[in-house]
Design a protein around this ligand. Structure first.
Ligand SMILES: C[S@@+](CC[C@H](N)C(=O)[O-])C[C@H]1O[C@@H](n2cnc3c(N)ncnc32)[C@H](O)[C@@H]1O
Length: 153
């Protein structure tokens, strides 16, 4: 009999989600990336996810999806020991290229129109950005961060 796979006993996990995401298409694309790039869960804050054709791999049925009405609700229920990593193109954010991803963390992306809220920026344990002339589409941004995490592991 082949040995049992023990990958799921490895320490560490990450979740990824959007604060007040505006378009269901972006969420669908982000979920698809999350499912394929090793996320343990996905979530929304504020605006809720509605079933979307872009989520072709049906991530919502394949991994836990959490919804929080407010940032406070989300922040209070962060998984034990997980760091909050805000992804935002702000002055104070550190470059993703040099970022050491926490073993257990939650990546939070901002809305298409207003980005992350002030509160989220204040409360994030880390803020990261990657080089781009203007801000990128939110699901593209999330995919870049997850790819970077995967490459550094
Ligand atoms: C379209 S952008 C928001 C733009 C918003 N108008 C602003 O200026 O704050 C949507 C989200 O994508 C992510 N994002 C896009 N480009 C990024 C970059 N270069 N570095 C980090 N995050 C980025 C952030 O989470 C951002 O909140």
């Amino acid at each position: 009999m082949p040995p049992m796979k023990v990958d799921n006993l490895k320490q560490g996990f990450f979740g990824i989600g959007i604060q007040n995401g505006k378009t269901p298409e972006n969420l669908g694309v982000l979920w698809r990336s999350a499912q394929n790039m090793g996320a343990s869960f996905i979530f929304t804050i504020g605006n809720r996810y509605a079933k979307q054709a872009c989520d072709t791999h049906k991530a919502v049925g394949a991994m836990p999806y959490f919804h929080y009405e407010t940032f406070e609700d989300f922040y209070t229920h962060l998984p034990k020991g997980a760091m909050l990593v805000g992804v935002e193109l702000t002055e104070e954010a550190e470059p993703l290229e040099e970022f050491k991803h926490p073993r257990r963390c939650v990546y939070l992306l901002g809305a298409e129109d207003h980005g992350l809220s002030k509160k989220a920026i204040e409360k994030a344990h880390f803020l990261v950005k990657f080089r781009s002339t203007y801000s990128l589409n939110v699901s593209v941004a999330g995919s870049i961060v997850m790819y970077d995490r995967g490459m550094k592991q």
